[in-house]
Design a protein around this ligand. Structure first.
Ligand code: NDP
Length: 283
């Protein structure tokens, strides 16, 4: 990659952010498409986020990914919010508006998961049985908004704090999205076609959990949004029940591909992105 005075800059902002896989992913696509651009990771102190955004916009930084803990603040600080950001209340993708000298906010997390499903388990919409989503944090909210936008299937959202789940169902689509209790998870999994873990349970092997998936549809898809570790106890359990299972690397590639499309106007190859991430992880 040739860096010159006209190289355009893109970045991911977070705290912490040095572990982020987004630079590897985005620079591989930038190179594959021959754009004169560079993507870096920028750590930001908690109290400096809005100041950092203003400075980056003033310096013509063209696009940003936003990760924990700044997604809600990114939505608030934006010049304009997409309809999805208005629904979700958080943004993971910002695009520079040069005239307004600020950023427009998008949320590609949930659509990224849907794009990954479309790429690797394209029959997900046609399977019998409800969708079960575990969690009611930021990731779950974005995923539920995307699932509701892309499918009419019944969805059951289950969270340890049930009120949080009820609020999401009410905000998004109370007819399609019903709430269940954590204790009744086995009943909700019976006959399910897709079960997505969008909690942080199992992240970095903390409080791993292993639901029994043997009562789900035989062709059910078991999805963990976590990718560190890649094989969680949740996915081990899916493997034991002989169900199709996917880790969160595909969602990471998917949200990145949709961010790339916002910035560069074309959708990069999702499978190439996934291969890039898998290689980076392995090595
Ligand atoms: P939040 O902190 O917003 O939400 C955390 C969620 O996990 C809440 O629903 C919380 O339940 C639940 N939870 C935490 N600990 C437990 C536990 N011990 N038992 C049961 N439930 C628990 O986090 P995010 O929504 O931002 O992230 C959630 C997951 O999604 C993370 O693992 C993250 O890595 C993953 N993610 C993956 C992405 C990808 O591209 N693959 C992108 C974004 C996120 P409660 O409300 O009851 O506290």
């Amino acid at each position: 990659m040739k860096i010159s005075g006209s190289t355009e800059l893109y970045a991911v902002l977070g705290n912490p952010v040095r572990h982020s896989m987004s630079p590897v992913l985005q620079n591989a696509w930038i190179q594959a498409h021959g754009f004169n651009a560079l993507y870096v990771a920028l750590p930001v102190e908690l109290e400096n986020f809005e100041t950092a955004l203003q400075g980056l916009a003033a310096s013509d930084v063209c696009g940003l990914n936003i990760t924990t803990p700044f997604k809600e603040r990114a939505a608030e600080a934006a010049l304009r919010q997409s309809d999805r950001v208005k629904l979700v209340g958080a943004a993971n993708c910002l695009s520079l508006d040069r005239a307004g000298r600020g950023y427009d906010a998008n949320n590609t997390d949930g659509d990224g998961l849907v794009a990954d499903l479309d790429a690797r388990a394209a029959d997900w919409r046609d399977l019998d049985g409800q969708i079960v989503v575990l969690g009611a944090g930021g990731a779950a909210r974005s995923i539920l908004a995307a699932l509701s936008a892309h499918s009419e299937k019944a969805i059951r959202v289950i969270n340890r704090d049930q009120e949080r789940a009820q609020k999401i169902a009410n905000d998004l689509n109370p007819k399609q999205i019903q709430v269940g209790t954590w204790q009744d998870l086995p009943q909700h999994l019976a006959g399910a076609s897709l079960a997505i873990n969008a909690t942080s349970q199992g992240l970095n092997n903390q409080s791993p959990f292993s639901p029994d998936f043997s009562s789900t549809q035989p062709d059910a898809i078991i999805y963990d949004t976590i990718y560190s570790p890649r094989m969680t106890a949740y996915l081990e359990s899916a493997r034991a029940a002989k169900r199709r299972h996917f880790d969160g690397l595909g969602m990471l590639a998917g949200q990145g591909a949709l961010a790339f499309q916002h910035w560069f106007g074309l959708l990069p190859d999702l499978r190439d992105g996934l291969r890039t991430l898998e290689k980076a992880f392995a090595g």
